[in-house]
Design a protein around this ligand. Structure first.
Ligand SMILES: *Cc1c(COP(=O)(O)O)cnc(C)c1O
Ligand SMILES: [Zn+2]
Length: 436
């Protein structure tokens, strides 16, 4: 059904990726803008690689001397071009979180900090850099997406950089920072009166009628591969080793599955030693269809209607939910949900212990990590990585009212001294309350 033709296949270097394959029935499809198994079972398609070819090409040294971005892992990504869209995405800090670890009673805790990913301060810049590079190769001139917020920011920004036309769709009730942080790049922005799942359904229809490249619909097999770099980077930054346990937020479940695929691929080509890594997932109670299925030992997802402050991960009908369930189960991980109040506490805890201001999705991850530690589900000695996927400046309304106010003073020393006394008294009272 695809009309677009792959550009300049004959002059491109030999690819490391060879086909799209149905995750359910194994049927193979050509490397166009296909995303479902239309001929057989309507399962999702995934990119297939030639791992012998990748093994021949890659080494730790070659990767380490590559670009300081996700493109150092280009042999594991589904693009042919030697000039991918590189806006400095990836290679975000892996922070030893010593103060947070001590607070929680852990010994080796790291934060993978995509709150400072480039250019739009969320992990979505990874998937969009890959999707738009592939969109260009497939001949699309207009790109689009159905977004919970961060994806709209990334698609609009990176499309602007690449000179692609852009039209993005969001639920109308998103945070102001996410809307403004999209409009600034000058796309057409459609604010749909409905939740994300309704936006997504509308976009599937538009994709069929307009011939646009929807990064998370008809380009989804390519797009989702970008999340593998969150696995690759952690392995490289740990000194070419895998961690023991990871905790990551779940919306569609795609990111979770691709960190897993990334670890497996690095193992398969011999860049890291094989190791059993536990995968634990985090959701907000107000939208926790995957956590509910996990807790009830179901292997199907019952869709829910989202109602949570964690809007960026509020997908009620998650496309990759069953695969995320499977990974959490087979790695002896777990999937937990936390309340909106716990999410705000998680945001504050990470900020106060590590100096990292994350958005609601990151608050969800930290709150779930805390819950897992309290339930004895994290071994204090294991190397644990918590994935922080977005920036708190974009979801300010979530914490407004919970973090105090500045002390307004006159420009006089005695006014300052009085205020300082007051601040210290308040601080002591607060501590007394905590100790009670
Ligand atoms: C989109 C998003 C996620 C999760 O994405 P999925 O791959 O759909 O599970 C997590 N955190 C943030 C901040 C996001 O924007
Ligand atoms: Zn199939």
């Amino acid at each position: 059904m695809t009309q677009v033709i792959e550009q300049a296949t004959s002059t491109a270097p030999q690819s490391t990726f060879t086909a799209l394959r149905c995750k359910e029935c194994g049927e193979e499809y050509s490397l166009g803008a296909n995303h479902v198994c239309e001929d057989v079972c309507f399962g999702p398609l995934e990119v297939v690689y030639d791992y012998d070819e990748i093994r021949r090409r890659v080494s730790r040294d070659a990767i380490a001397s590559g670009p300081n971005s996700i493109w150092r892992y280009k042999d594991f990504l589904p693009v042919n071009t030697d000039t991918p869209i590189d806006v400095g995405t990836g290679m975000t800090p892996l922070v030893p979180a010593n103060r947070l670890a001590r607070h929680l009673g852990l010994k080796r805790l790291y934060i993978k900090n995509d709150a400072v990913n480039m250019p739009t301060l969320s992990f979505k810049d990874r998937v969009v850099s890959v999707a738009l590079t592939r969109a260009r190769e497939l001949g699309f001139s207009t790109v689009s997406c159905a977004s919970t917020g961060n994806l709209a920011n990334s698609t609009a920004a990176i499309a602007a950089h690449a000179g692609l036309d852009c039209c993005v769709f969001i639920p109308a009730d998103l945070e102001a920072g996410k809307i403004l942080g999209t409009l600034i790049y000058g796309p057409i922005l459609m604010a749909v009166e409905g939740n994300y799942d309704q936006v997504n359904r509308l976009c599937s229809e538009v994709a069929n009628t307009h011939g646009w490249g929807f990064v998370n619909i008809n380009l989804r097999p390519y797009y989702s591969e970008g999340s593998k770099t969150l696995g690759f980077e952690v392995a490289e930054q740990l000194g070419w080793q895998l961690p023991d346990h990871i905790v990551a937020p779940l919306a569609s479940g795609s990111l979770f599955g691709k960190i897993y695929k990334g670890f497996q691929e690095f193992t398969k080509v011999g860049l890291v030693a094989d190791k059993a890594v536990r995968f634990s997932g985090a959701q907000a109670e107000g939208c926790s269809p995957i956590a509910q299925a996990f807790q009830e030992s179901r292997d199907f997802i019952s869709p829910v209607k989202p109602n949570t402050i964690a809007k960026s991960i509020a997908i009620g009908n998650p496309a990759d939910g069953v695969y995320a369930l499977d990974i959490a189960r087979k790695t002896q991980g777990t999937i937990e949900a936390v309340t909106d109040a716990e999410i705000v506490e998680g945001m504050k805890l990470l900020a106060e212990t590590e100096g990292i201001f994350t958005e609601t999705a990151g608050g969800t991850t930290i709150a779930v990590l805390k819950k897992l530690v309290e339930a004895g589900k994290v071994d204090p000695d294991e190397t644990t990585v918590a994935y922080i996927t977005g920036n708190g400046l974009k979801t300010q309304e979530a914490v407004a009212g919970y973090i105090g106010e500045p002390l307004t003073i006159e420009a006089k020393l005695d006014s300052f001294e009085r205020a300082l006394d007051r601040a210290r008294t308040l601080d002591r009272l607060e501590w007394q309350q905590i100790l009670v």
